[in-house]
Design a protein around this ligand. Structure first.
Ligand SMILES: Nc1ncnc2c1ncn2[C@@H]1O[C@H](COP(=O)(O)OP(=O)(O)OP(=O)(O)O)[C@@H](O)[C@H]1O
Ligand SMILES: [Mg+2]
Length: 273
């Protein structure tokens, strides 16, 4: 992985932060039950997706193929409306392709029953959405803990509440939100909502992070800090990151760029070191 800070002038909290985040998440008790803590790779094979708008069928993805290796930092770029979020949703098992296959860890996942796809998503994938998708009635701390509650159930959560809260607080401190723990989403700025979403995506210690413009609503400095955090996680935890971005400078520094145009991948360049 060779993603660097776009602006080298910003402070680099990362040596310390990364060690800390490593501690926070590596002490997390939750591991995949089947012991599949190893490599996560993802691939898409000739994926097609259309949406129906009234009587019209709008083709969005028309034969997209890609491959992402463990620990890689991959960026997806393309104009607004080119299908980046659509592709990320398919990779993240939130939606299914009309045709084609999505494979994760050598297992085809797009055709699994919804329940099984939910399990995979909750267990192995961290998702950061373009529009946050925070729960409005929960505060920052509670939103961060939602994936844990979904995975382990409320009783398990209640039993370990104190420890989990400490863990979530440490993550929130890392994304600079320790002063906003009890704020609800409508009491946060856009960047603060995005940072809450980032903490939420990391609480379950995923091996694969799918991020839809995670720095799009952050100022340059916060954006760089988030990138650096993801980079450090990639190196220390073999976290595989697939990130949508409009920022060509970020894309240029990633391991692989997937460029979408007219429903197809126009360049899938494995950038040389
Ligand atoms: N549920 C839907 N129903 C109909 N059309 C849709 C739906 N979701 C997305 N689209 C259309 O599919 C196309 C791709 O949308 P998508 O959100 O994937 O684009 P994007 O590349 O992420 O764009 P942006 O950079 O603006 O976020 C757009 O033209 C959009 O209008
Ligand atoms: Mg989008």
């Amino acid at each position: 992985m060779k993603v660097k800070l776009v602006n080298d002038q910003v402070s680099r909290p990362t040596a310390e932060s990364a060690t800390k985040i490593h501690d926070v998440i590596s002490h997390a008790p939750f591991r995949s039950k089947n012991g599949s803590a190893g490599a996560v790779t993802m691939s898409a094979h000739q994926v097609y997706k259309s949406y129906r708008a009234g009587s019209q069928l709008v083709p969005v993805l028309e034969g997209v193929s890609l491959q992402v290796r463990q620990g890689q930092f991959t960026t997806i770029v393309g104009q607004s409306g080119s299908g980046k979020s659509t592709l990320l949703h398919l990779l993240g098992t939130l939606d299914r392709p009309d045709q084609g296959e999505i494979v994760m860890n050598k297992q085809r996942i797009d055709n699994l029953p919804a329940r099984e796809r939910d399990r995979i998503r909750n267990q192995d994938i961290g998702l950061i959405f373009q529009f946050y998708h925070l729960l409005p009635e929960l505060n920052v701390l509670e939103n961060t803990l939602v994936p844990y509650m979904i995975r382990h159930g409320v009783w398990s959560y209640m039993r370990q509440r104190r420890r989990l809260h400490e863990q979530a607080k440490e993550l929130l401190e890392l994304v600079g939100l320790s002063h906003r723990l009890t704020h609800r989403p409508n009491q946060l700025s856009g960047g603060e909502r995005q940072r809450t979403a980032i903490a939420r995506a990391l609480i379950t210690r995923p091996k694969l992070l799918l991020a839809d413009e995670p720095t799009g609503n952050l100022d340059a400095r916060s954006g760089n800090e988030v990138l650096e955090l993801l980079r450090q996680l990639g190196e220390q935890q073999a976290l595989t990151v697939i990130m949508v971005t409009h920022d060509e400078r970020i894309a240029q520094q990633s391991d692989q760029i997937i460029r979408l145009r007219d429903g197809k991948v126009v360049a899938n360049a494995a950038e040389a070191a």
